[in-house]
Write a protein that binds this ligand. Sequence first.
Ligand SMILES: *Cc1c(COP(=O)(O)O)cnc(C)c1O
Length: 370
Amino acid sequence: MGAGSATTRSLNFGAGPAKLPLEVLEEVQNELLSYVASGMSIMEMSHRSKEYAKINKDAQNAVRELLNVPDNYKILFIQGGGTGAFAAVALNLINRTGTADYCVTGTWSAKAAKEATKYGKVNLVFPKPDKFGSIPDQSTWNLDPNASYVYYCANETVDGVQFQYIPETNGIPIVTDMSSSIMTEQLDVSKFGCIFGGAQKNIGPAGVTVVIIREDLLGNPMKVCPSIFDFTHVVKENSIHNTPATFSVYVMERVFQWIKRNGGIPAMEQQAIAKSELLYNTIADSNGFYSCPIDENCRSKMNVPFRVGGPNGNEQLEEVFLQEAEKLRMYQLKGHRSIGGIRASLYNAVTYDDVELLVKFMLEFQRQHS
Ligand SMILES: *Cc1c(COP(=O)(O)O)cnc(C)c1O
């Protein structure tokens, strides 16, 4: 068997870059040396070629179809990752009033709010907590009626905090970072002004960020906005202003087709619920051997942080947990360096069977160590 064969694949619970569907990787492998009989790889082909034009179009169409994106929204592919989009959002949207509302519920929204202060006034809708793990009730939020937009991170990848609802903002456009949750649950796009997500958590390789934006929000970037981040300009150039991350867009398009073949977003959502419930229930039924520090009303279906050996975790035991897991080829389970503990990410390509194997290991580990 070659190095790429299915039997050598690991159980990958990484938070990003993360597991991609085997079928897609095999397709990419098959086409790597000669894309559609061209005798060259897509990586070696002009971004102005008809081949890439088709990939660009197919990828946009797939986003529109999968997420039922209404006609008055544009779909863009930019570079710079999620972090680039933190700046791009402010550069494109804060100009209307010069001020924006930010909900800080974790590491990524904290960074987004900080980045936006370079370009305008940032109002924190509620005080930044010492420790992430909850979302204050909306009735306590301090929304600014003059805000250009209200920003929140749908799923905090590091902290495991996920919004279970779309905030009510009295008509102020909502901007949301869905880097780690896009295409994992059904979405009413019409409720949003702008949605963005870096591909590498759930829908492809690093290098491309999907932006979905309502048309009426275009056309008012700050003067200093770089052209590659100017949404109005990127729309005009159909996301081929300069050389896009062609290979990343190509793989992402294949992931979209894989989602379509596998029941679309409703099926991804159902699986996310089943996988995360299995894991959270295992934690809840462990008599405290495993514990999850996140409030039950905002637990993530994608990134499940937990501690081993008591509510504050036993770091030595967690180290053993990670070593034992690796012996079973379960990788990338270490919690983010800022938080410690364990984190299992359950993106679309992670199967229910993968999670069952993790849970089986957890039960056995508990039996041996408690
Ligand atoms: C990973 C991540 C980011 C940052 O993405 P980069 O591509 O590394 O800049 C931003 N937001 C969320 C929710 C993420 O998970």
